[in-house]
Design a protein around this ligand. Structure first.
Ligand SMILES: [Mn+2]
Length: 319
């Protein structure tokens, strides 16, 4: 599928539902908001929706206040953004009024299952770059709002251009976005340097109990530690990256106990270790250096079975 074909499909509709993945990050939010802005310019009424609330540090994005938790039922097209499988689209997509409508999937995960009616999945560092191709195909000009949302997606998914999938093309995209008005330093400051004290305190607790086992560094956030009302996984976002800076470890794992009974598992791998293999084995997905899954069961049991798989990964055993 090409960006041109996706653009042609979008133009056929008057109302579209754009879905960001559960536990939303800067990439799914930025890319979704851009599609909504583009739809608006083309006279298409867009609803942006996500099952979970947006992280506070991303509320500065233009349109972030317009998020819904479900569609209106009026849309004739559904667009799933940055989600490697249908489950990642959460309750918004499970809604009976949404099922059966044509689904366009725009993503960049190598583990994407091609579950849409139309799938545009490219091997880029962010979904924002894929959406830029769609925007170009729709002939929507880049303005400050669109470029700010897209650069936020690229910056968050690459940890400010530090991941191994940052290519010359990705930097070329960043240059285009900065030229169109996106303020790189403001964005990085906004998304990486504005953690709440509660988050830092929680990380302190989690780091103090971190353990190292056969090249795997891991820690966990039991439900009792997580302040009430905080969104799924948001407090732990970034903590997995920090764990993975341990020189002695090849891979890192963070286990977060959620109120819904599921254990959220965030995995990180040093270059040469593909943690998405483990995520996929447990029903999740992601990228070689960063992947995740949500597993039902007791925290200790889930943790042990995943740690076992990670130790095998580190040893080079076939999973
Ligand atoms: Mn992404």
């Amino acid at each position: 599928m090409t960006a041109q074909q996706i653009a042609t499909e979008i133009r056929r509709h008057r109302r579209a539902l754009i879905i960001s993945h559960v536990d939303p990050d800067g990439d799914t939010i930025g890319a979704s908001l851009v599609l909504a802005l583009a739809c608006g310019m083309l006279g298409i009424t867009a609803t942006v929706a996500c099952q979970d609330p947006l992280p506070e540090e991303l509320l500065f994005l233009p349109g972030a206040g317009e998020y819904h938790t479900q569609g209106t039922g009026q849309e004739s097209l559904v667009i799933g953004v940055d989600a490697s499988d249908a489950r990642r689209l959460g309750a918004v997509y499970r809604d009976g009024a949404v099922q059966g409508k044509p689904l366009v999937v725009i993503d960049h995960h190598i583990t994407n299952q091609g579950y849409g009616d139309l799938n545009l999945v490219l091997d880029t560092a962010s979904t924002a770059e894929v959406v830029l191709q769609v925007i170009d195909a729709l002939e929507v000009p880049l303005d400050r709002e669109i470029s700010t949302c897209l650069l936020t997606g690229l910056v968050t998914d690459t940890q400010a251009f530090r991941t191994s999938n940052v290519t010359a093309e990705a930097l070329g995209v960043a240059m285009r976005l900065v030229q169109a008005g996106a303020a790189l330093a403001d964005i990085t400051n906004q998304v990486f340097s504005r953690r709440s004290f509660a988050t830092l305190s929680l990380w302190g607790r989690a780091l103090a109990s971190a353990q190292l086992r056969d090249g795997v560094v891991w820690t966990e956030l039991p439900l009792a530690w997580v302040p009430e009302g905080s969104a799924n996984g948001q407090l732990g976002s970034g903590l997995a990256n920090m764990l993975n800076t341990a020189r002695e470890a090849s891979v890192a794992a963070l286990f977060t106990e959620q109120a819904d009974g599921l254990i959220d598992v965030s995995l990180r791998g040093k270059p040469g270790y593909d943690v998405s293999q483990v995520a996929v084995a447990f029903g999740g997905g992601g990228h070689a250096p960063a992947a995740g899954c949500q597993v039902s069961g007791e925290l200790a049991k889930v943790r042990e079975s995943i740690l076992e798989a990670l130790v095998h990964l580190v040893k080079g055993d076939v999973l």
